[in-house]
Write a protein that binds this ligand. Structure first.
Ligand code: NCD
Length: 314
């Protein structure tokens, strides 16, 4: 793995496999009564969130704490950012405090790359604009690997608002690298032109989701839709034509969603709550995969050594 985790494109197939394997070992720790490992004792992780988040922020915080790191939670609201302080000055402040890793979520695509130029700390992209969200892709692959023997030939349909989705961009690249066959499905205004270059096919027919092993539903990201731009005639129309309902699925198809869900918009409540939905499992995966990412970036040495370390504590 590179020094930072900014994009799914930073990862090789070997990196992905190593992170998923490490996460699987770490999962055995989270089942114990005492869930903490001493690995990152004395290290400081800062969660720098300029955009709202529930799952990502909480799981990064818990992941760092479970590895015994000191954690600083910074959100733009209530900080000097609301007084107009720039990302660069915020970065300089964090650097002066001697943080070892900065987990950043920012509304501007590319912000984590800028940050990485300004600090010595390791930078982890926790979502930048509509661009990338690599740890979401890793936790999604971890979740899929628990259900399917191999990524090779696995058919994944990513359906909905692909245009505004950093989750889709990171997932397409990581899944394609691992040999999965990814198809993005949605109305033409919500499918970015040229998305095939990331390693997927495009379908403008909701019926194609029936061919998939995994149907990955994206949130309608209304907050990113520019006022006045009519991507879809109305939400009601979107739901009627593109909503994932039990009728549009085959029995046994696995359903995923990164959260937060708009129940009754992109996903029917009956689908979200069905036994084939892996949505809660994705949240569980988030913790161990983010532990594995921090572990990988902040400690060095071959995976065998690291796994031995984990087992020693056990
Ligand atoms: C996603 C995000 O913020 O990019 N959520 C998440 O991290 N779990 C997807 C979304 O907001 O729709």
């Amino acid at each position: 793995m590179n020094k930072h985790l900014l994009s799914a494109a930073d990862l090789s197939a070997a990196d992905i496999t190593r992170v998923l394997d490490t996460a699987a070992h770490l999962a055995t720790v989270t089942d114990r009564a005492i869930k903490k490992l001493p690995t990152l004792r004395g290290r400081t992780v800062c969660n720098l969130f300029f955009e709202d988040s529930t799952r990502t922020r909480i799981s990064f915080e818990l992941a760092a704490k479970r590895l015994s790191a000191d954690v600083i939670n910074f959100s733009a609201k209530g900080s000097s950012v609301s007084k107009g302080e720039s990302l660069k000055d915020t970065a300089i402040t964090l650097e002066a405090m001697g943080v070892d890793a900065i987990v950043i979520r920012h509304g501007a695509s590319g912000a984590p790359w800028r940050l990485a130029e300004w600090v010595d700390a390791v930078v982890v992209n926790a979502g930048d604009g509509t661009h990338e969200h690599p740890t979401q892709a890793l936790l999604d692959l971890y979740t899929m690997r628990q259900r399917f023997p191999s990524f090779d030939g696995l058919r994944v349909a990513i359906v909905g608002d692909v245009l505004h989705s950093r989750v889709a961009r990171s997932n397409i690249q990581a899944l394609a690298l691992m040999g999965a066959r990814v198809t993005v499905v949605g109305p033409p205004p919500l499918i970015p032109r040229g998305i095939e270059a990331l390693g997927c096919e495009v379908s403008y027919s909701i019926d194609t989701i029936r061919d998939a092993d995994v149907v990955y539903v994206l949130r309608m990201q209304r907050e990113r839709m520019l006022e006045g731009a009519n991507y879809v005639p109305s939400l009601r129309e979107y739901t009627a034509r593109w909503g994932v309902t039990p009728e549009r699925l085959r029995p046994g198809q696995k359903v995923m969603h990164p959260g937060p869900m708009n129940r009754g918009v992109e996903i029917d409540a009956a689908v979200a709550d069905a036994a084939d939905a892996l949505i809660e499992r994705q949240v569980r995966s988030g913790l161990v995969v983010r532990m594995a990412v921090l572990y990988d970036l902040l400690t060095h040495g071959p995976v065998e050594v690291k796994v031995a370390e984990i087992e020693e504590v056990a």
